[in-house]
Design a protein around this ligand. Sequence first.
Ligand code: SF4
Ligand code: SF4
Length: 322
Amino acid sequence: MIRFDERDTMFSRMELVPGSENYNSYYARRPEFKAADDHFRSASPGKYASDLVNMSRIDSAFRFLKDLRPLAYREDNSGGRCPGQPVLREIEKALHETALDYGAALYGQASLGLECLYSIRGRGPAYGEPVVNPLRNALVFAVDMNRDKISYAPQPEEAVEVTRAYVRVAVIGMILSYLLKELGYRARCHMDGESELVLPAAAQAAGLGKIGRLGLLLSREYGPLIRLGAVTTDFPLTSALPGGGPLTPEPEEYCFSCVICARRCPGRAIPFEEAGRTGSPDQSEMPWVTDHAACFGMWQKFGTDCGICISVCPFGKQISQG
Ligand code: SF4
Ligand code: SF4
């Protein structure tokens, strides 16, 4: 089993400040990324960067999320309570209901394997620290995104909807972690920019869907029109709640003949090959591996998160429209 090193993600690499200790040590270890990454850093603002109003909507959401991050790992449970067995079922039900009440469209739970955890952190104050002995019982959830707004991709209206989803899913994670701490358990919220988890892998383990050709989770109900969040805890989960029912057809089967996302990707970042045969250096347990540098190049060109692959994916469309 190969685990992802979060430092190798584009988001982590783009946060490195030239000349800093982390910058120097990272490119000493991965010199093959340096030229391309430095080129990205010096690139001019993308095509839609002049849309100041929508760009401000996006940036303000990310700034809010950045302010939330320290709360994600704050250890401050009430400490005293130790519920007996019958109460555990009640709590489990309350966690599920709370997630739905705050807007989760999908919810599941699982005891996570190591493949769902980054090997080494690549963002925030924990940069460079190995992920060891984390909480492994996980509540995993997703919010759905508005299909009409996502259809604007790659224009900024799509990114506004994506950031709205990041905020909604972070709030759900926060409230679940605060509820668990109120009940005396340890809990950690995993959200945009502050996560020990490879969220698509954790969501797959919790039964919310399967990873498709575009490298994101495909859910039965919404296809890739979701954003994921999770809370890990020492609360003793008793049963695997069904995440979203069986996927019919399975993404492996559907994506085998459907290559729409790969055809429409302007960066040629999505593999046309069969699952598991991409030959990417970024190898992992993922069935298909996106070329993240090629994808990020398009993000820079547009000045948005592109999102064309998500907008064109037909998986889940009939169910969400029916
Ligand atoms: S976001 Fe755009 S560039 Fe990136 S994989 Fe999807 S379609 Fe390709
Ligand atoms: S567009 Fe087609 S191939 Fe790509 S993820 Fe969606 S269903 Fe799979």
